[in-house]
Design a protein around this ligand. Structure first.
Ligand code: FHN
Length: 500
């Protein structure tokens, strides 16, 4: 076969494999026609009903914080940008190519000697998150560079060996808990600079010995985190895609069991492990491995059915990618508050939690662009938060105006696309006993008129209600209509079906 056609074939195979691997995040899940025996499948039921999981479902909005040594360079070094040289700002240790500084890895691996965030205040971060309306936060204890922000006994590469010295994880957990915000700990299994870490599956006896030592180290650190910070609600695992971790499915299954036994109610996402057939996030029968889908990273499901009834979170960067501090936001699209509000309401309307990422700089300050969004988002949440927290998917026909969320007999319509005729028309099944009986704007508490619009389309299973928006009501941001549902006195004429 000619070389070119072989390369094309290889490329297409790679594309196919990648698209197949990601099929679970780009459309409805396809379940195998026949179930097979899976020994290392789910440990918890698909739909937990305990208090901790109900609290998870009620969060709505969360904050992710990626912080570590990568915050010091901020995606550049001595005026040279790492853009294009490293995959993301928190991946800057992997910076390569013509612009990468000479002996960059050695420079990076010595940054801990200068890590001294003098402007860091966990209390300020927690207050900002509270004002933003976040109900939980996910904090990086250790990213792929292996640097621990807590004084771990199992590695000297940790915060106690830095000018800062203090236990950052403890400061964050205590400050956020004091603001009534639950804390989840991000933990990367992958450790670039750990001599015992292997990305490939261990083959030789020496490799097996090394990697088994690494697995024990990982278990020790996780048990240490549970012991040191008993108020945390869960783990957000990452870096679990290498073959070395995938082949350790018996170890990871037993580790998950042990973590759950040690910490009743612990919440763990689907990214932690895989079954014995190498299936990650969902086992070989399509059943979720963990308590919530943890693959909606910088993407959102387009249909409620894609979730197959699973709980889920969506984690999102403000820049296109880049979770750690990026000093320079010029020349890239950074999401606006309106973008984020749309993603937030899209997420909660499908029973998910939306988690917005912040990447503080090496001194402990948020990027000014993050401060701006936190303020604007918080201002919006102060008025409209009840449409975000403690709500669920509304089982109603979709609307083109925005997103529906529901809490018992209260329906929230968050309007992004205002009808030019000011008639917010919603469809309800004709057989429904929960129909609009009153409505008001959350922004000014103004009561709104509701008109039954029984259009009478042939074979139409729905009836319609128009909520009349005052012409003089003006706002430059999405707004929420709070609708009380009940049994209004309406009459739907029985019309003759069309003869076709
Ligand atoms: O490689 C990491 C990345 O640095 C970041 O932490 C995100 C957000 O969790 N997760 C992985 C990339 O998918």
């Amino acid at each position: 076969m000619r070389r070119t056609s072989k390369l094309i074939l290889l490329g297409l195979t790679g594309l196919l494999m990648n698209s197949t691997a990601n099929a679970q995040w780009t459309g409805p899940k396809t379940k195998p026609k026949e179930r097979i025996e899976v020994k290392y499948g789910p440990i918890t039921p698909k739909h937990r009903t305990d208090e901790a999981m109900e609290a998870f479902r009620n969060y709505g909005l969360g904050q992710f914080i990626h912080w570590g040594l990568y915050a010091i360079p901020g995606n550049e070094w001595e005026g040279v940008s790492a853009r294009g040289g490293a995959a993301a700002s928190e991946w800057i240790r992997t910076w390569s190519g013509p612009n990468a500084p000479k002996n960059w890895k050695e420079i990076y691996d010595n940054l801990y000697k200068q890590f001294n965030p003098t402007a860091f205040s966990a209390k300020k971060w927690a207050k900002q998150a509270k004002d933003m309306g976040a109900k939980y936060m996910i904090f990086t204890t250790k990213h792929h560079d292996g640097y621990a922000l807590w004084p771990t006994k199992y590695s000297s590469y940790n915060i106690s060996n830095s000018p800062y010295k203090k236990d950052i994880v403890k400061e964050v957990v205590d400050s956020y808990n004091a603001e009534g915000i639950d804390v989840y700990l991000y933990f990367s299994i992958l450790e670039w600079n750990n001599p015992d870490y292997l990305s490939k599956a261990p083959e030789t006896e020496e490799e097996k010995k090394r990697y088994n030592r690494f697995l024990q180290y990982t278990k020790n650190q996780l048990l240490e985190l549970l012991q040191n910070y008993p108020t945390i609600k869960g783990f957000w695992f990452d870096g679990t895609w290498d073959k070395s971790w995938v082949q350790a499915y018996e170890f990871t299954y037993n580790l998950e069991k042990e973590l759950r036994e040690k910490h009743p109610g612990l919440i763990i996402g689907s990214r932690f492990r895989n079954d014995e057939h190498g299936k990650r996030h969902f086992d070989s029968n399509g059943d979720i491995l963990g308590d919530y889908e943890q693959g909606w990273e910088r993407k959102l499901p387009q249909e409620y059915e894609w979730l197959d009834g699973n709980d889920w979170d969506a984690v999102m960067t403000i820049p296109p990618n880049g979770w750690g501090y990026m000093k320079d936001w010029s020349g890239i699209y950074t999401k606006t508050t309106d973008d984020i509000l749309d993603m937030l309401m899209h997420t909660v309307s499908l029973n998910g939690n939306f988690v917005l990422n912040f990447g503080p700089d090496g001194k402990g300050l948020m990027h000014p662009g993050e401060d701006k969004i936190a303020k604007e988002l918080g201002d919006w949440m102060k008025v409209n938060g009840e449409a975000v927290q403690g709500v669920r998917h509304a089982d109603l026909p979709k609307t083109k105006m925005g997103y529906l969320t529901q809490k018992d007999s209260t329906l929230y319509l968050t309007v992004f696309n205002r009808p030019v005729n000011n008639l917010a028309r919603l469809a309800f099944p004709k057989k429904s006993t929960a129909l609009p009986i009153s409505a008001k704007l959350l922004l000014n508490n103004k009561e709104l008129t509701i008109k039954h619009a029984d259009i009478g389309l042939d074979l139409d299973k729905n009836t319609y209600f128009d909520i009349v928006l005052p012409k003089d009501f003006q706002t430059d941001r999405a707004f929420v209509i709070k609708i009380k549902l009940g049994q209004p006195k309406i009459k739907s004429d029985k019309l003759m079906d069309a003869k076709m």
